[in-house]
Design a protein around this ligand. Sequence first.
Ligand SMILES: Cc1cc2nc3c(=O)[nH]c(=O)nc-3n(C[C@H](O)[C@H](O)[C@H](O)COP(=O)(O)OP(=O)(O)OC[C@H]3O[C@@H](n4cnc5c(N)ncnc54)[C@H](O)[C@@H]3O)c2cc1C
Length: 406
Amino acid sequence: MAAGFRCGFVQPRRRTCSMVPAAKATSSSRVAIIGAGFAGLGVCWNLLKLVPSVEVDVYDAHGVGSGASAVAAGLLHPLNTRGNVTWRGVDAMNETLGLLREVEVWGQGEVFYRQTGVLKRAKDAKDIERFERIRRERENELELRVVRSSTQSLPGFIYTPSAYAVDSPRYLESLRAACEGRGARFRRELVRSLKSLRREDYSAVVICAGAAVGTIAELEGKFPLRLSETFGAEVDGAAPNLHMVHPEDHSQLLPVDPSLLGQCYVVGQPGGRAVLGALHSNEPVAAEDAIAGRHLEVSRGSGLEEDSRMEEMGRGVVGKAAGLFPGLLSSAGLDRVHCGVRALPPKSEEGRLPICGKLGDGEWYLLGLGARGLLYHQYLGSRLARAVISGDETALPEVTRRCEKK
Ligand SMILES: Cc1cc2nc3c(=O)[nH]c(=O)nc-3n(C[C@H](O)[C@H](O)[C@H](O)COP(=O)(O)OP(=O)(O)OC[C@H]3O[C@@H](n4cnc5c(N)ncnc54)[C@H](O)[C@@H]3O)c2cc1C
């Protein structure tokens, strides 16, 4: 790779100054962030909090939140697909929650998150026993309850009240407004190469380009990320069958709230909407196609081949989600279909964790948020901001820095 950016963002000669106090930054420090999704905005907000005088330019090809973040269903919780607590899951969720509260004032009075709790469905009776073990092991850390059902087809759930439904587009807009309010500049530009930014004399460049990172010439094929085209759907919340079991008294039905997880998910959003996911296509995806998420209003279908494919995938999502609970969604109408590309990092002992580290002089990255962008963008965004300011990679968790780059 060609020479890096002007290094020594704060103190060029000190190599191990972790968490350098904000006062040490110079007013001439300039940082470029590529990508204005959860990752890029999270890093931006934290940089500006640590060093209010820093100048931050956020580049995004399509404006704020156009990639996977724009189509995220909005589930924020610390459980993995097996109902276990993910790596640093509880801390990460609390840190995201802190950020949601901080930027709330920038949301023009709009409510963009609410506590819903989440129910993770058990596959069988063995799963229920496993959930019981998880509950006991985690009882000092997270409130978990195991809900048993008397029917064989629905053995029960693990339930945590500490889960949130976030309206992703509104949250992104509030976070953008918060960053702008602190002085960030948003530049609607496609960054074709890191070289093209060098003439701007940035102290550091932070790459948060999500699944489209390969559109940046020097980074094509560099990171071990698998791209997965993912479809979600929105249904009309007024449908009578949009109900589910009460977490404590399963003879009672509730509207979809809490959110429901199994092989797929159902998230209740404001206005009676329910967002469902997800189906993944096996078709190869080019980095260019990952730059912007796609949306289809089903009633306004254009007849284009691509739109018919989206509608078909949307109907597939509803069918899959309906299997989570008997009778769920059976008469719900499909309103919208969303499609985005997730960047999946390799599996580690701790599961699929985002990758975050230093690439070269003054070059940093936060990528591979996979299916957990909301959970990890603040946890890693705040640590990455500290690393960028101090120049010290060890401000980042070791496990996120381990990825093999080409
Ligand atoms: C259907 C679906 C549902 C999901 N639901 C959830 C959920 O409920 N909860 C959850 O936590 N996660 C969910 N996810 C995952 C979540 O959306 C991602 O983890 C997260 O959005 C990744 O954020 P990011 O900032 O890394 O990438 P992105 O959001 O993709 O942002 C990258 C940005 O970089 C820009 N960009 C890329 N290349 C360039 C370039 N060369 N020049 C300029 N700009 C560039 C793009 O325009 C884009 O705006 C879902 C994903 C999908 C697809």
